[in-house]
Structures are given as C-alpha cells and as structure tokens.
Design a binder for this molecule. Structure first.
Ligand SMILES: [Zn+2]
Length: 112
C-alpha cells in the first residue's frame, strides 16, 4: 500500500498583494478589508463581498496616502480604523526585552 497516494496533496497557499505596497505574501499575513454597500471596513467575521488586503505587520501600509489609490475618498477613514485597531506594533521591542531577561536569568542561575 502506497501511503503517499493516500496523503492529502500539498495545500496551495493563496497569495495576495497589498493594495498599498503591492508586495505579494500569503493571505494569512494580511488584514482583509471588505466593501459592503459601497463602504469599506475592516473585515470582522465572515468573508463576504469584495475584498482588499493590506500588510498586517506594516503600519506604513495603513497610511492614508498609500490607501488612497485603492480606496479613494475613504482612505482617511480606513487609515484611522486600521491605526486604531492596531495601535503601533511594539512586538519586536518587547520580544527583544524578554529574550534579554531570559538570558540574564540563565546566567544568574548558572552562577549559583
Ligand atoms: Zn503592504
């Protein structure tokens, strides 16, 4: 019996491109915006309607100026929504601090 024949085929990862920087990335690395009745909003819950994507980890892609090409007059509102929903991304900084604390702790323990 050939186990490989039964294994599911490798999943295709759908790629999308950011409406601000045009970078192509896997869909999971984007925030999805959806247009309902002519109004763009950050998608919450069920995927429906026409979608657009912006980088989830790049606040520079949420700038009004960069959203204007895709969203026109709604760019300022969307920029505000994105910035309010994800107020800065201090992830890198806090991760680094945690790593430092961890290594300091290890050294301390080793000295005892
Ligand atoms: Zn982007």
């Amino acid at each position: 019996m050939d186990a490989l024949a039964l294994a599911p085929r490798p999943t295709h990862i759908p790629e999308r491109s950011c409406v601000a920087c045009r970078r192509k990335r896997p869909q999971s690395e984007f925030l999805r915006l959806v247009r309902t009745a002519g109004v763009w909003a950050l998608q919450a819950g069920v995927r429906s309607g026409r979608g657009a994507y912006v980088c989830a980890d790049s606040p520079s892609c949420w700038a009004e100026k960069r959203l204007r090409r895709a969203f026109g007059a709604q760019a300022p509102a969307l920029s505000a929504v994105l910035t309010a929903a994800f107020p800065s991304l201090p992830l890198q900084e806090s991760t680094r601090r945690q790593a430092n604390n961890a290594s300091r702790h290890v050294q301390h323990t080793a000295m005892e």
